[in-house]
Design a protein around this ligand. Sequence first.
Ligand code: NDP
Length: 367
Amino acid sequence: MSGLTTTQAIAGFLTPTAIFVILLALHVVLPAYRVEGYAHRNLGAAPAQYRLNGLAVFLCALLIWSLGLTTAPLDWLWVVKWHAIAGAVALSVVVTVWIVLHEQSDDRSQLVQWLEGRAYNVRLVGHADTKMFLYIFGGAYLALNAVSSAAYHFGQYGAASNVGLFLHSAMWVWFITDYFLFERVQLFTFDIFEERLGFKLIAGCIVVYPLLYPVALWGTAGLPAPDIDPSLNVVWLGGSAAIFLIGWMISRGANFQKYMFKRAPDRAFLGLIQPATVTDGKRTLLCSGFWGASRHMNYFGEILEALGMALALGHFTNFWAWIYFIYLTVFFVSRERIDERRCAAKYGDLWRQYRERVPHRLVPGLY
Ligand code: NDP
C-alpha cells in the first residue's frame, strides 16, 4: 500500500513512541518555570503546581528535525504517516493502561473509567504533569508533521511547488508556537481543569491532535500545485492568511482576556477594556470584549483559522483539504453545548443572566 520496506514500516510504526521518549526526556531535563494552575474540584481550593517548558521542548524538537540529528530524512514523517498512525493508536492503548491502572477504581462503569479516566491529575515521571506533557507531545509532533510534509512536497516538485502548501504548513507552526508561547493560559482551559485522564484524552493527544489534524497535508502534499491564475495569488494567499490571522486574533484574544480576568478580575484587559460582568455577589462572569460578542468567541476564532488553512492549500474542490475544517466546526458546535450545560449547572441563574446579555453561542449576531 505504501511502498515501504518491512524495516521502514516497523520504524514508521515505532516513530510516535520514539518521538514520545525524546520529547519526554527533553521535558524532564530542560529547565522549566513553575506556576500555579487553576483550582478545581478534585484539588479543593488549592491550585496544582506545574512546571512549564513546552516552548523550549518544541524548539529543541524543531532543531533536532532540521539538523537531521535522528538520521531520519526530513520528509520521514510524511512518508511513514499511515504506519505512524497505527503506532500512535498502539501507544495510546499502552499509555492508557499505564495511567488508568495506576489509579484507584471508582463506582462508575469500567468502560467509562477506561474511556474517561479515573484521575484528573497524574504525575508519573518526576514532577512532569502527564496531561501537560501529552499536549507538548501532540503539539510538537503536529508541527513536525507539517514541516515534514512541506519537505516531502518540495522534494517532489522543487521550484514548481505549491506555495499555498508551505503557507498551510507555516500556519500550523504558528498555531503550535502560539500555543507554547501561551502555555500557561492552557492551565485555565477545560481539558486541564475539568477532564479526567483516560483513553479519550490520551488518544486525542497522541493520535488525533498530531496525526489526524494535519490530514489535509496527508492528502495534498503529494499533489502538484493547483492551477490558479498567478494574478489571483494575492487574493488566494493573502485572503487565506488574512482569514487565518483574524481567527487567531479572536481566539487568542478571547482566551487571553478570560485568563487575565480569572487572575485579576478588576483589571482592564490590555489596559483598555474595563471588564463588564454579571455577578451574584459570590461568582462573576465576564460579558465585555470577546465575551460580550458571543459566549464562545474563542471557538469561532479557531474555526476561522481552520477555514484560512483549508483555503491556503488552493485545492478548493479536494475533500482532503476540508476534513479538518469540517471536523473542527462540528466539534466546537457540540463542545459549546457541553460547556453550556456545565456552566448552566455550575452558575444557575447567573448563567441565565449571562445568556440574556450575550445571546449568541459562537458567531456574533448569527448563531
Ligand atoms: P473555554 O476556554 O471557553 O472555557 C470554558 C470555561 O470558561 C467554562 O466552563 C467556564 O469555566 C469559563 N467561562 C465561560 N464563559 C465565561 C465567562 N463569560 N466569564 C468567565 N468565565 C467563563 O473552553 P475550552 O477550555 O474548551 O477551550 C480553551 C481553548 O482551547 C479555546 O481557544 C479552544 O478553541 C481551544 N481548543 C482547541 C481545540 C482544538 O482541537 N483545536 C480543542 C479544544 C479546545 P469556569 O467558570 O468554571 O472557569
